[in-house]
Design a protein around this ligand. Structure first.
Ligand SMILES: Cc1cc2nc3c(=O)[nH]c(=O)nc-3n(C[C@H](O)[C@H](O)[C@H](O)COP(=O)(O)OP(=O)(O)OC[C@H]3O[C@@H](n4cnc5c(N)ncnc54)[C@H](O)[C@@H]3O)c2cc1C
Length: 418
């Protein structure tokens, strides 16, 4: 038996689930049937439950994503466990360069918000679980094992705990992450370059309040980011993203907690206070991946399957989310006009419109990483002069801040036009 949908989203991660949530409020009006297929089992029934932990990873959401989450009706729930970023402090350890970005100066409530990934996932998935039926069906645990895309519709084969079945959809969105097996299977080319670095991620506690400050500290072995988080057990908890050369990762992972804290303190300095506790450590090899083909007739590649970037500037999900809202707007518009969703020309126009934002964001992350990682003579001086020049030039600072907040792109509509 084959089940028909208008849209099939492969992957219910942060990107795939965001797209489904963006379409849910208009699905009934548009008579839009959506399926989200996810390999991991869904959370249990009921309202989202927040379980604070030392072992969860966080994402810095740019201020610009807030409007879209508000339109999706998710902001108030999300905000129950968000930490606003009031200041961003960028500095070069051992050198004189530093600059500070400030929400008050930019006249915004926050420069961004730190969310624990599991909370964002809970909010998105429980919304789909609670309000999805009958328009958005979350099919999990199930894996899309084959896909055939054509201009008149796509057919996918699902494996649901050993049983196979077919589904058909006018448009398929591949949001199956950076190791997308379907991208390979479909022969979608991509460029990939390794940074020869790993991101070591952990939660750490400080001996004093973080005061809403996010730090980006450049050191001679790689940048260290510290994101303000919710307090736990009366201690200020921060999300640490420590970029390490490939050959140092194993050694740092193997350190005892105290030796790890000492090493971190020595690398980061005392600017944020004293590090007193660390949770479980995770690590990710860092690569720049960009799919050369992001649309075909009836097919769109989104999120990490389309682009994975260095986490130095915290832009990966933010960039993907702007792609999510732009695609949701296109789907809403075409459905409202009775036009096919998988039309190649419309999807090519979408891709062309997204490439500029992708190019700028990738260049920004890539150049920042290279500028602040290499220790060539003159480079340290150049970046310190740059950081200080930025500190002295309010207009340049505002432009940089607005770009980091994701305000340089058009705001999403996420509604049916009159
Ligand atoms: C260390 C680190 C720090 C980061 N910090 C930030 C930050 O501060 N700010 C920011 O904006 N971004 C950040 N990012 C980037 C962000 O994490 C990614 O952009 C985001 O996770 C991408 O989500 P995704 O949904 O595309 O992919 P994934 O999260 O990988 O989700 C893919 C989903 O698809 C499912 N799936 C896979 N194959 C199939 C299949 N065949 N059938 C069905 N389901 C399938 C998987 O189970 C998974 O749930 C960071 C990344 C790293 C590594």
């Amino acid at each position: 038996m084959t089940t028909d949908y208008d849209l099939l989203i492969v992957g219910g991660g942060m990107v795939g689930a965001s797209l489904a949530c963006a379409l849910l409020p208009v699905a009934q009006t548009l008579n839009l049937k959506v399926a989200v297929v996810e390999t991991e089992a869904p959370p249990g029934p009921g309202e989202p439950v927040f379980q604070p932990s030392y072992d969860t990873r966080s994402t810095a959401l740019a201020y610009g994503v807030r409007a879209a989450f508000e339109r999706m009706g998710l902001w108030d729930t999300l905000a129950e466990h968000l930490t606003p970023i009031d200041h961003i402090h960028v500095s070069d350890r051992g050198h004189f360069g530093a600059t500070r970005l400030n929400a008050q100066r930019e006249q915004v409530p926050a420069l961004g918000y730190v969310v624990e990934n599991h909370w964002l996932g809970q909010v998105l998935l429980s919304r789909l679980g609670r309000d999805g039926a009958p328009w958005v069906e979350f099919i999990a645990p199930a894996e899309v094992v084959d896909l055939d895309n054509r201009s008149d519709g796509c057919t996918a084969v699902l494996n649901e705990e050993g049983r196979e079945r077919q589904v058909r959809a006018g448009l398929v969105v591949l949001a199956d992450g950076g190791r997308s097996a379907l991208r390979e299977r479909l022969g979608i080319g991509y460029s990939q370059s390794s940074y020869d670095q790993h991101a070591l991620v952990a939660n750490v506690s400080l001996d004093r309040p973080h005061a809403g400050v996010a730090y980006e500290r450049f050191t001679d072995t790689g940048p260290i980011a510290l994101l303000p988080g919710e307090d736990l057990d009366g201690q200020a908890r921060c999300g640490l993203v420590w970029t390490l050369p490939e050959d140092q990762v194993e050694e740092v992972l193997a350190l005892s907690d105290q030796a790890f804290l000492d090493r971190l303190q020595q690398r980061f300095g005392y600017r944020a206070g004293r590090f007193i506790r660390v949770g479980e450590r995770f690590h990710y090899p860092l690569k720049l991946v960009l799919a050369q083909e992001q649309v075909r007739a009836g097919l769109v590649v989104l999120g990490n399957a389309a682009h994975a970037l260095h986490p130095i500037a915290g832009q990966g999900f933010n960039l993907a989310f702007r792609g999510v809202t732009a695609l949701a707007d296109l789907i809403i518009e075409r459905r409202h006009q009775g036009l096919p969703l998988g039309d190649l020309h419309a999807l090519q126009a979408f891709e062309a419109a997204r490439r500029g934002d992708q190019f700028r964001t990738i260049q920004f992350s890539d150049l920042t990483m290279k500028l602040f990682t290499h220790e060539r003579p003159g480079l340290a001086l150049l970046r310190d002069v740059g950081l200080n020049a930025l500190e002295c030039c309010p207009l340049a600072k505002t432009l940089l801040t607005r770009a980091a907040m994701g305000l340089s792109e058009p705001a999403p509509r996420l509604r049916v036009s009159d």
